[in-house]
Design a protein around this ligand. Structure first.
Ligand code: HEM
Length: 393
């Protein structure tokens, strides 16, 4: 039950804006007319799960991790989470936040979702160590890691996704104003995919190596998606674990690799992402097929062969974004992947895959993990609650 124009009630001129939002919203949700602009499309905020995990990935992502300030107590955190839940509920529907300083910027939802995650420190501060999921904390150390503190960990995660980066910029600003008294920004990571409308909806994304990335990935309508992704323990019931890894991709080194070498490093072709033993993207790979001289067509150390698990309960739901930031002096690129995965239990599902890739994966030659964090993504809430309320019960 969002108050239409609630964020601007009171002032005369702004009340007119409220009426404009009301008609926008009516148009956007009306049965007789579907939204004519991409910017009008809204994703419901309230529900059993937070929306930013299963929605078809939007074009842009901003992840903000915060550190809680010293002395911030449980009641302060409840107040902050209530406020930012309200901000997110409004802004995702194209309704300005309460006390929105630029209300006109809050009117283009563009499929925005805002998803909250908790680090171990926040969980322990609210409900004590007993409430900590066993998988919440730093991942084990991996040999391939060259982690930089500036991209790791955090107490509170705000994940913004939308098809319009302007929509995200405004939402980030609003929510950070409302977390300012309790938390400091620790890191911000921004990523992108193709813009909405550039490709047919449902096209698997490509990463900056040019690979089709995301082909084999449990989807929300798969029968086992619920078991793979939604947690069923206590306050986390209906939530999930999130792993975010910043993985640098050495584009200059990749440039020196020929096309067959590039395809073998993953086990799939570059044209359409088909396995090297197939024709179409979703063809089942044949790991037993041999070349005329007796080598496996899909190298056994290829990324696909190593990432694949025979234990179907160990799969993860990936939702990655590319990053392409300003290069360091003397370089011409600073690019990579914001690898993001959701799974009911990060230790049971993500860690075994990462361990196999750490041991051996041809792709490691061109990729280096430089950031890493795990967050507990609490379940969704209804209109009378707030994100994270189950932790406060
Ligand atoms: C598959 C790229 C990191 C797990 C793939 C595929 C590509 C790819 C091109 C094949 C298409 C597909 O099914 O998506 C990359 C790149 C990475 C990276 C460029 C780093 C920059 C990771 C990490 C993990 C991971 C860190 C998990 C620890 C998987 C899984 C699959 C996969 C589970 C599907 C394997 C299967 O066929 O069953 N990746 N990946 N990837 N990747 Fe990655």
């Amino acid at each position: 039950r969002l108050l239409i124009g609630g964020g601007v009630a009171g002032a005369g001129g702004l009340a007119a804006l409220g009426a404009d939002y009301a008609s926008r919203r009516a148009r956007a949700s009306g049965t007789d007319e579907s939204p004519s602009l991409n910017g009008e499309v809204r994703i419901p905020f309230y529900g059993a799960h937070q929306s930013g995990i299963t929605v078809e990935p939007q074009a842009h992502a901003t992840y903000v991790a915060l550190n809680l300030k010293k002395g911030v107590a449980k009641k302060d955190l409840a107040r902050m989470l209530k406020t930012i839940t309200d901000d997110a509920a409004r802004l995702t529907q194209g309704v300005p936040a309460l006390a929105d300083s630029e209300p006109e910027l809050g009117t283009v939802p563009a499929r925005m979702t805002v998803t909250f995650g908790f680090g171990p420190n926040l969980v322990a501060r609210v409900a004590g160590d007993a409430a900590l999921p066993e998988w919440l904390g730093s991942l084990p150390e991996f040999g391939i890691d060259q982690l930089e503190d500036r991209w790791c960990d955090g107490d509170l995660l705000l994940q913004f996704n939308a098809d319009d980066p302007f929509t995200i910029a405004h939402a980030v600003r609003m929510l950070l104003k409302d977390t300012r008294s309790s938390a400091d920004v620790r890191w911000v990571q921004r990523g992108f995919r193709r813009a909405q409308g550039s490709e047919k909806s449902g096209t698997t994304m490509r990463n900056l190596f040019g690979q089709v990335d995301g082909t084999v990935n449990p989807q929300p309508d798969d029968t086992d998606f619920k078991e793979l992704v939604w947690n069923r323990d206590g306050w986390m019931t209906g939530g999930t674990s999130m792993v975010i890894r910043r993985i640098a991709m050495n584009l200059d080194k990749w440039d020196r690799l020929d096309r067959p070498g590039r395809e073998q490093s993953v086990g799939r072709n570059l044209a359409n992402g088909a396995p090297l033993t197939g024709v179409n993207e979703h063809d089942e790979p044949d790991f037993t097929a041999l070349t005329p001289v007796g080598f496996p067509v899909i190298p056994e150390f290829s990324h696909m062969a190593r990432a694949r698990t025979p234990d179907r309960s160990q799969r993860i739901h990936r939702r990655a974004y590319n990053y392409d930031d300003a290069p360091e002096p003397g370089k011409i690129s600073n690019s990579g992947l914001l690898f993001v995965s959701y799974q009911a239990d990060a230790t049971a599902q993500f860690v075994p895959i990462q361990q196999r890739l750490d041991e051996l994966d041809l792709l490691n030659e061109w990729t280096t993990p430089i950031g890493s964090a795990v967050f507990a993504i609490p379940p969704g809430c209804d209109e009378n609650g707030f994100i994270g309320d189950t932790l406060f019960d």
